[in-house]
Design a protein around this ligand. Sequence first.
Ligand SMILES: Cc1cc2nc3c(=O)[nH]c(=O)nc-3n(C[C@H](O)[C@H](O)[C@H](O)COP(=O)(O)OP(=O)(O)OC[C@H]3O[C@@H](n4cnc5c(N)ncnc54)[C@H](O)[C@@H]3O)c2cc1C
Ligand SMILES: NC(=O)c1ccc[n+]([C@@H]2O[C@H](COP(=O)([O-])OP(=O)(O)OC[C@H]3O[C@@H](n4cnc5c(N)ncnc54)[C@H](O)[C@@H]3O)[C@@H](O)[C@H]2O)c1
Length: 490
Amino acid sequence: MTDQTTSTSSAQTDEPWDLVVVGGGTAGIVGAKTAARFGARVLLVERDRTGGDCLWTGCVPSKALLAAAAAAAAARTGGRFGVSAGPADVTVDFSQVMKHVHAAIQHIAPVDSIETLEASSVAVRTGTAVFTGVDSVEIEGERHTFRQALLATGAAPAVPPIPGLADVDYLTSDTVWDLDDLPAGLVILGGGTIGCELGQAFARLGSTVSVVEGAPRLLPREDPLASAAVAEALVADGVEIHTGSGVSSVETSGPGEGVLHLENGRQVPFARLLVAVGRAPRTADLGLSAAGVDIGARGFVVVDDHLRTTNPHIWAAGDLTGHPQLTHAASSHASLAVSNAILGLRRAVDLTALPRVTFTSPEVAAVGLASDRPGPGLRVIDWQDTHVDRAVAEGETSGFTRLVVDKRGHILGATIVGPRAGETLGEVTLAVAQGLTTRDLAGVTHAYPTYNDGPWNAVISDVQALLRRPAVQRAVGVLARGRRWWVGRK
Ligand SMILES: Cc1cc2nc3c(=O)[nH]c(=O)nc-3n(C[C@H](O)[C@H](O)[C@H](O)COP(=O)(O)OP(=O)(O)OC[C@H]3O[C@@H](n4cnc5c(N)ncnc54)[C@H](O)[C@@H]3O)c2cc1C
Ligand SMILES: NC(=O)c1ccc[n+]([C@@H]2O[C@H](COP(=O)([O-])OP(=O)(O)OC[C@H]3O[C@@H](n4cnc5c(N)ncnc54)[C@H](O)[C@@H]3O)[C@@H](O)[C@H]2O)c1
């Protein structure tokens, strides 16, 4: 618990709230503020700190750590530009790094604070909410009734049932931000987004890092070319990668230390272990059965396309629903759920153009249809960063753009790998969302030289391929000959 105080403003326990929001992370805050803007009487309950995982233990600290790590990497590799800070000259003061991380959190925290929520006409209670019926909730002994509720309790690091793991003082994405000293050796269990981002960050800051991923490759949900680019970058940063083998047991040998025994017989010793194998929904002890809210086979709260749970008065958004566990999904889904709840709209979740970015170097950004598995009748257009002038100028040419398009050139999906791929993805996300074609994007002049040249050149190459079709060539020939005759007729 923090020193955030419990608000008593506009609290009434006798009159039902229009909306009770359980959880004060991204989904809860956006849901509560949106409902208040619609004129609803809203109560938000948060048991810990408003701001949730994104602010305190997720997006913000991880990107701040990656920024420090990128500075270290740039200092070490400046030699290729003739800028000499030799690898041995680069020192990292981990306490300063963590100061930067916590300063970034503190800078953003006021936006998500209780004070800001109250200023937006949301009443706030600090405490744990437990449903006691289909329209009632208890908060630290205080009973409240509601007309509708939004569940937004998020997810927490999952811990796999590996023999011996419970005996280890392992780290998770909840606790890693409390480290005072840089771990000399760090093994990360899980080579997904957290494993790759934090693995690269700690390696660049000076830890000896190994990543152990059960699937055959890192970032198994991404295009295999993207996985390969990230694996190559991690190896270049000194990370040891073990893929394709689960862990059969964990042996502890000292405080935080031990050995992972892999199913393939290998042993991976660790000074500290970080468990990053996914995030499990926080649904325990919420009283969901009293509320008539069902949980699905994978533990997520069951919602329909409109984000309504099995209790027609209770809605859910964010990490606990089984939708992609991303801040921008949590916020847009919370807004959607609340406009359905408060205004009676019938807006439905659409994941077609939901973007995702892994903030490694190179970044991996993707949206829409998988670029490695285009369906029948679809084409893949590739463009390498070796032909993107900005990438060449910056010596960062390992990246690429892959677009998935249909017969008529509609852009249906993309994977972009490289510096600032997350930013570059914005335009392609718009194209997927709005049903734009390669011709639409090719016809827009892009500033030179930017990393947007990757997707731009990709769509131009597609349009040029269309122009090379015999029928189009014939038509162009007719036009050119007609024009020659017209210009030279005198
Ligand atoms: C290391 C890391 C990096 C990440 N980086 C990114 C990124 O770069 N980009 C991105 O889009 N996503 C990122 N994510 C994911 C992102 O953090 C989550 O998708 C997002 O925080 C989900 O928001 P939420 O509101 O669903 O849940 P949360 O933010 O988890 O909020 C839930 C809140 O509910 C509270 N709560 C739980 N139970 C109760 C109860 N019974 N009563 C009252 N309160 C309760 C909790 O204390 C918590 O504050 C990252 C996650 C991690 C772990
Ligand atoms: N940049 C971002 O947007 C960002 C960054 C970090 C986290 N997140 C969110 O947080 C979620 C959780 O991150 P995460 O990295 O924990 O989950 P993840 O699902 O991205 O990756 C977990 C990885 O662990 C592997 N794994 C599972 N069990 C294992 C085992 N027993 N042994 C070895 N490997 C095992 C999986 O194959 C998977 O590759 C992400 O899915 C994402 O939604 C987003």
